[in-house]
Write a protein that binds this ligand. Structure first.
Ligand code: CDP
Length: 558
């Protein structure tokens, strides 16, 4: 099955005229990004062997006439009509170039207030976002992937309540993920119980909005359908590698890249399961591929066409790259480690700690050869380094399908899933590691061949119907313990895994905290507070079954 899905994805989005196979794609990309023959060879093997894949725009566009390679952008939105429409135009240019954009709409004057410079009356951030949303839909119609935007609003904006409820109805602002940017002082108010404090007063309606009300609206929204996400402004900016260049007020669409205005970032992910040998990590191989991946992504900054001159300038000034991993859960399953265990978190810290330390070391080597990033002076880096930030955790929504592994650091959503081909055919996808283990487990139980087939079907149908195997009693306890899927894992354990990665990641983490369908509001409040206490840069929750169209965060994506 995986082969069929992969072929379909490659054909519909990645193959250029004249190309027939995944190898052809890798050759094109390696030739475009490698600086010399030796490097091109190394890049080719690293991608062909699926050890590392760059983000989709790089796979689609490298070596073409318009090599726009970056998946992530942040564009500033000013408070006047010309500035707002400038951002709309800039976002459109990014979108036709296959990028995803994040915007902070916080500078747009509250609904009903005058816009500066004789600009009339402000429709407020939400109405403006509707224009951006429509533009995205129209621009991406018939395109290779759905449009993806992130809309951010500061918690103290007087239109915050209408922003939080803007996506109440499914289908509205469907090309946006929305997130509220919250500084520490409001999180403190929430945890200390002083949240009756007035947050803002709407200048037109006179509505008095308290911190409590806003948090209630956030929690209700998450309970209703998983939005808004939450971003922690102070945690994000405490990790800003170039504070002299300004603060970070928005992220890319799936949240893993807080960026300065006009910055962009090319991502790439290491395919972790392929680094497991006899149940332990092949550190030498991981060292080699991490270094190659840093070189690949650093070269790519000079090979990409930047869609706007401002983007070229801001991106070249900091040379941020986004190296991460995919296939974490598959790796843990192969190593026999339950996702929601201390052992898994130790594993995560060791692996990501190693990748980030190695990436830093390689970036320092690159600096010695090629120079530091131009804004290095005044940055947080004391020793010369080539890239202001190196690591991130992307969702890998599509590249993990190409690699045939679990996405990013997410737990497997369901060990059995159904995918509908565009031709109307249905594929029953059984997770390959699980499939093998189930056969072994059934054999261990000593069933005859025909009884084994009945048992196998029983398990698969049960998972199809319920998403879990936790209550199939005849499966051994340790098997059920290992094969927990996203909904079986407690929100605290989801958060702890995100935190384990965040401790060793420069940018942020794309991850969804899955909540049982019967989760109550207080548990959501608890998850937000825990996320902040654990030092996460943001949190996205999804109550299982609360939305029609999504499995995990990049519902506007892929
Ligand atoms: O797997 P792939 O490289 O296609 O992308 P991803 O890891 O799922 O998403 C990485 C980033 O690509 C997102 O955070 C967005 O910035 C961008 N993206 C987009 O612009 N449009 C999409 N349809 C999907 C992703």
């Amino acid at each position: 099955m995986n082969g069929a899905i992969r072929d379909h994805i490659l054909k519909s989005r990645y193959l250029q005229p004249g190309e027939k196979s995944f190898s052809d794609i890798c050759s094109r990309v390696a030739s475009a990004i490698g600086k010399d023959e030796a490097e091109r060879e190394q890049f080719l093997h690293m991608m062909e062997d699926l050890l590392f894949l760059p983000n989709s725009p790089a796979l689609m566009n490298a070596g073409t006439r318009n090599p726009q390679l970056s998946a992530c952008f942040v564009i500033p939105v000013g408070p006047t009509i010309p500035e707002i429409f400038r951002a709309l135009r800039e976002g459109a240019i990014i979108q036709v170039n296959d990028g995803g954009t994040g915007y902070s709409f916080s500078e747009i004057p509250p609904c009903g207030t005058p816009i500066k410079e004789g600009g009339g009356i402000s429709p407020g951030p939400v109405r403006i976002m509707e224009i951006f949303d429509t533009a995205t839909r129209v621009i991406r119609e018939g395109g290779r992937r759905r449009g993806a935007n992130m809309g951010v609003l500061d918690i103290a904006h007087p239109d915050i309540l209408s922003f939080i409820t803007a996506k109440k109805e499914e289908g509205v602002l469907e090309n946006f993920n929305i997130s509220v940017m919250i500084p520490d002082r409001y999180m403190q108010a929430l945890t200390e119980g002083s949240h009756d404090e007035i947050l803002t007063i709407h200048p037109i309606s006179g509505e008095v909005i308290s911190v409590r009300e806003v948090f209630s609206a956030i929690v209700e929204g998450i309970h209703r359908n998983g939005e808004p996400g939450v971003l922690f402004a102070d945690t994000i900016n405490a990790a800003n590698p170039t504070p002299a260049l300004g603060s970070m007020r928005a992220t890319n669409p799936c949240g893993e890249e807080p960026l300065l205005p006009y910055e962009s970032c090319i991502l790439g992910s290491i395919n972790l399961p392929l680094f497991l040998q006899n149940q332990s990590v092949a550190w030498d191989k991981l060292d080699e591929i991490t270094r190659l991946a840093v070189r690949f992504l650093d070269n790519a900054i000079d090979q990409t066409t930047h869609p706007l001159p401002e983007i070229a300038e801001a991106t070249r000034r900091t040379r941020k790259i986004g190296l991460g991993v995919m296939g974490l859960h598959d790796t843990l399953l192969l190593a026999g480690i339950p996702y929601d265990s201390e052992e898994a978190r130790t594993f995560a810290e060791e692996v990501m700690g190693f990748i980030t330390a190695t990436a830093i070391d390689e970036s320092k080597c690159c600096a010695a050869e090629l120079g530091v990033f131009p804004a290095w002076e005044g940055s947080i880096w004391h020793e010369p380094i080539r890239n202001a930030a190196l690591t991130t955790i992307a969702p890998t929504g599509t590249i993990s399908l190409i690699a045939g592994v679990s996405p990013g650091i997410e737990p497997v959503y369901s060990f059995v899933s159904i995918r509908r081909h565009t031709a109307g055919r249905e594929f029953e996808m059984i997770h390959p590691v699980f499939k093998r283990a189930l056969d072994e487990e059934i054999a261990r139980c000593g069933y005859t061949e025909s009884a084994a087939e009945v048992k196998r079907r029983e398990v698969i149908d049960h998972i199809r119907a319920t998403g879990t195997l936790r209550n199939i009693d005849w499966l051994h306890h340790s098997f059920r313990r290992l094969y927990r899927s996203a909904g079986d894992i407690s929100p605290d354990d989801h958060l702890r895994m995100q935190a384990a990665f965040q401790r060793h990641t420069h940018a942020a983490i794309a991850k969804t905290i899955n909540l049982r369908s019967d989760t109550i509001m207080d548990e959501i409040t608890h998850a937000i507070i825990s996320a902040w206490t654990l030092g996460l840069k943001g949190v996205t929750c999804y109550r299982i079954g609360s939305r029609r169209d999504t499995v995990y965060r990049p519902h506007g994506c892929s």
